[in-house]
Design a protein around this ligand. Structure first.
Ligand code: SAH
Ligand code: SF4
Ligand code: F3S
Length: 471
């Protein structure tokens, strides 16, 4: 055990809430309620962080708008994982010069993983002078204080301390919906996969205390949430830094014991730490969704080693066999990177072999994107862009064929599904999820949102199922 995590005290958070109250009082004389625009890029962890930013803004008295031009405060929560995400952020932030010109009092804030990259913060400082406040993930809990300083003093603020990270409990949360909820169980990552920026921007692995997680889940279950996702970059290393002798398999069983009719999901599991203990817990817990997202990234052992992933293809396939022996109809999804520096087309074909052997239900596929400061970005990368694109297409084509077959096998079955979205689509106004997380479109009363329905599956495409109420 290595217990070095800093825990932010309750008094510190109370102090931040005082800043919220002061901002609210300052805004009170305004003729209309001030508005905030919050935009989020990246993974569920960032979504969860944005719910905290919205929670703070709500305590400050802000309403919310989807229109940048109408906003008094803009917060853009950014992602650094691939270049494409970064380009989109920079493009959109650049466009905000126009809204700021029309409304010079508008406050523009950038936060999230990109801001924790020194070269990005420097670029914002030099070339995006309309941005008022830049802060990294480690100081999100101090957002009220930072916003107060912007509102009461001249000048810009850049607050991106490079630290291992802390845990702050008791921040206000404004959740996006009433059916699905995120619960972070840990933050940061210690794995340093050689291509990945996350450990540099999110700090070291640190676990929330079990009682804090369980009381949040209890509250969500009482409030009627039906679909609770436990979040961490590698949930399988939960508890390693805690004084208690606990692990993720134990936590799953504890969450499962919380009273209520809800489903438990979790993201992400790392294959090097996934264990039979975890699979036993999944099989034993009736609330845990029969779905595992287990990224394997590449099918070739040399490439896996160069990625610093800590497992071999055979180990990965063994995990899948052990899991399927316990839960035969488990839904399996994964992440794959094509074109890691030095990966030959022959090595890439080992990835295709894994697809054929495992037959995943769905995949998230990415072309390798070099990240400044990571070891992989310094490796020679001889394969041309065209060859990588051709390999990527082969991967997508193979998976689409497998997905289509797996989806077609649902037709004729009747499944208990959770209605989680009311949409504007005139053909089918409701979306539901099977327990395994597959999307089902159907038509019905919007009042069904948040309830379980039995749906007969009548059709399937690569990405979605189509159904109708069974009774
Ligand atoms: N912690 C999670 C992944 C978080 S990032 C895990 O280890 O499973 C989500 C996915 O983005 C990764 O699984 C990987 O497939 C992809 N990714 C990360 N860095 C990347 C990069 N530099 N280029 C392309 N894809 C990348
Ligand atoms: Fe990145 Fe690897 Fe950590 Fe996932 S486990 S966040 S891929 S370093
Ligand atoms: Fe992106 Fe940060 Fe998540 S880099 S993927 S938002 S942890």
């Amino acid at each position: 055990m290595n217990q070095t995590t800093t825990r932010i005290s309750g008094e510190e958070i109370a102090r931040q809430k005082d800043f919220c109250a002061q901002i609210k009082a300052m805004n009170a004389p305004l003729p209309a309620r001030p508005l905030a625009f919050v935009d989020t890029y990246g993974c569920q962890q960032n979504e969860a962080d944005s719910e905290r930013i919205r929670g703070y803004l709500t305590e400050m008295g802000y309403g919310f708008t989807q229109d940048e031009a109408a906003a008094d405060v803009i917060v853009i929560n950014t992602c650094a994982v691939r270049e494409h995400a970064e380009q989109r952020v920079l493009g959109n932030v650049g466009a905000l010069t126009h809204t700021k010109r029309k409304n010079p009092n508008q406050i523009i804030c950038l936060c999230g993983c990109m801001m924790q990259e020194p070269h990005v913060a420097e670029k914002i400082r030099q070339s995006f002078r309309h941005v008022d406040l830049v802060f990294g993930p480690h100081v999100l809990w101090r957002f009220p204080e930072l916003l107060w300083r912007i509102q009461t003093r001249r000048g810009r603020i850049f607050e991106t301390p490079d630290e291992p990270g802390s845990i702050a409990e008791g921040l206000p949360v404004r959740r996006e919906g009433t059916v699905k909820a995120w619960v972070s169980i840990m933050y940061g990552c210690n794995n340093f996969c050689s291509y990945c920026i996350v450990p540099y921007v999110r700090g070291r692995e640190r676990s929330r205390r079990p009682e804090d997680i369980l009381s949040e889940v209890r509250e969500l279950a009482r409030a009627g949430y039906k679909d609770i996702t436990l979040l961490g970059q590698n949930v399988n290393s939960y508890g390693k830094d805690l004084p208690e002798d606990v692990d993720f398999a134990w936590l799953l069983r504890e969450v499962n014991a919380v009273p209520g009719d809800f489903l438990i999901r979790f993201m992400t599991s790392h294959p090097k730490d996934a264990s039979e203990r975890l699979f036993d817990a999944m099989a034993a817990c009736e609330k845990v969704a029969p779905h595992l997202h287990l990224p394997f990234q590449a099918g070739n052992d040399r490439v896996l080693r160069a990625m610093n992933r800590g497992y071999t293809r055979e180990h990965y396939l063994g995990l899948i066999r052990a899991l399927r022996a316990r839960i035969p109809d488990i839904v399996l999804t994964s992440d794959i990177i094509v074109g890691f520096p030095g990966e030959t087309t022959e090595e890439f074909e080992d990835t295709l072999k894994v697809l054929k052997e495992v037959r995943f239900d769905a995949l998230f596929t990415f072309i390798y994107s070099p990240r400044e400061g990571t070891p992989a970005a310094r490796l020679p990368d001889p394969l041309s862009r065209e060859e990588k694109a051709a390999n990527f297409q082969r991967l997508v084509d193979l998976q689409n064929a497998i997905s289509a077959e797996k989806q077609a096998a649902y037709v004729g079955k009747t499944l208990r599904c959770l209605v989680d979205v009311v949409s504007e689509d005139p053909r089918h106004n409701l979306n539901a999820r099977t327990a395994g997380g597959r999307l089902v479109h159907f038509s019905g009363d919007p009042a069904l949102l948040g309830s379980y329905v039995r749906l007969k599956i009548t059709g399937a495409s690569t990405w979605a199922l189509f159904g109708e109420p069974a009774d």
